[in-house]
Design a protein around this ligand. Sequence first.
Ligand code: NAD
Length: 285
Amino acid sequence: MTRIIDGKAIAAAVGDRVREDVAALAAAGLTPVLAVVVATDDPGATWYVRAIGAAARRLGIGCHVHDLGPAASAAAITGLLAELSSDGRVHGIICQTPLPPAVPPGLAAQQIAPIKDVDGANPQSLGMLAAGMPGAFPTATAAAVAEILDHEGAVLEGRRAVVVGRSTVVGKPTALLLLARNATVTICHSRTEDLAGVCREADILVEAAGRPKLIGAAHVRPGALVIDVGISSVGGTTGGVAGDVDTGTVTGIAAAVTPVPGGVGPVTTMQLMRHTADAARDLAG
Ligand code: NAD
């Protein structure tokens, strides 16, 4: 029988730990503050920023949204990120995507000081992660995948892990976290030959291609743990989202699978909160 992993319950458990950390910081006179820089009116981004604000409020974390509007210039965005990086009252910074088309995303993220880069957006953070150096945050999504595996008690040492997707937001940092836990890691992407054959080697299969129903029965080894990071809008005007995994077809094959929605997403938001509390503690210490 395939178990459906309850991401909301895992997120709640992470939230409880963060609340305790925030209370301890408050007792020492410190309230963690997350700054969110927004330069888009994309509905998905707007929804996510609202969810971040609500989670922060529930946990006692300050959340300041700086909305520069969708026509913001590169100079306005990078200037604000640099200012926040040197502002002692701010502990975590994220720059919400998408950015206006004229703004290279790497350029903006490079203005976020790594110690405050709670969503691992600065290429320097990814480099530090790759080098195994302390002091850098992985992206919240990669951290959420690792948290779910830890929560599931997954043994990674020596096991085969396959990550589908090679983006700097999900695929690469997730692969690095699995590697750090001593898994044997393969990264697949849009040019991979025999995707199903490679995926079938996985004890742990992480899907982050953003292609609904890309993964079905032919891709899953019996007993595999499947983490579905993909979120694609489906259903047109009726709304709805779908993951990369055709869950019905892997039921009875996978040991466990995360649902979409209600899997990786809620854990990601909580990891962002955890990183903000950690950054506040690091900056104070
Ligand atoms: P991206 O478009 O930057 O990268 C997608 C990756 O998938 C690429 O590396 C590409 O090579 C690979 N890919 C595309 N089609 C493929 C195919 N047919 N076979 C094999 N590989 C293929 O996207 P991203 O930012 O990495 O996000 C991936 C998915 O994860 C999206 O659906 C996104 O919405 C979702 N996401 C979820 C969260 C969360 O918290 N749950 C956070 C970030 C992104």
